[in-house]
Design a protein around this ligand. Structure first.
Ligand SMILES: [Zn+2]
Length: 183
């Protein structure tokens, strides 16, 4: 049975509050949306959520679209958590500080990331705002289009290359740039 927060789910004489429930004045209520489980062995009432909010935490691997390049950081919109098909709950606006972009020394964010790049990154912090790093071989740009002609850039050496404009671009690439499937 699906219940909603505040729904009365049991009498406290029969069941104690547990995960996803709370007791008040002798009654047990749901504290979250989910499926009610009245456990007669342990005499507890639980409400389990089949879809807990998909909120990011430090260490998570995510995909993000670079939104803006500033002096000392890039901003990005996190679009997915690796291995999780569902959409994200909570904050998706993230920043990547210039010192967290590549293993080498960088003082120019625009040499490493560009607006529109799709990156694989790791969450390093969630408070007071979402922070990402691409400072790892497997992290960085996984897909990028030429800023001039929108052709998909190909990997060339340590950077990228537009076959239409015949121009090379510098980037912090993920080790599997170009080999990543549907992102
Ligand atoms: Zn081009």
């Amino acid at each position: 049975m699906e219940v909603f927060p505040g729904d009365e789910v049991a009498e406290e004489e029969e069941y104690l509050a547990s995960d996803g429930t709370f007791a008040c004045d002798g009654k047990v209520y749901a504290s979250q949306i989910g499926v009610l489980d009245l456990d007669d062995d342990e005499c507890v009432a639980r409400v389990s959520s089949p879809n807990p909010p998909n909120v990011l935490k430090p260490g998570d691997l995510v995909y993000a679209v670079v939104a803006d390049i500033r002096n000392t950081m890039a901003t990005a919109d996190v679009v997915a958590k690796e291995g999780v098909p569902r959409g994200l709950g909570g904050e998706t606006y993230a920043t990547i500080h210039v010192s967290k972009i590549s293993q080498g020394y960088t003082d120019d964010v625009s040499k490493e990331l560009r607006r529109g790049d799709i990156i694989r990154a790791r969450v390093t912090g969630v408070s007071p705002s979402l922070q990402l790093t691409t400072k790892d071989d497997h992290l960085g740009v996984v897909r990028s289009l030429c800023g001039a002609c929108k052709t998909k850039l190909v990997r060339k050496g340590k950077g990228l290359y537009c076959t239409e404009c015949e121009r090379a671009y510098q980037r912090k690439l993920a080790d599997d740039y170009g080999d990543v499937g549907r992102v």
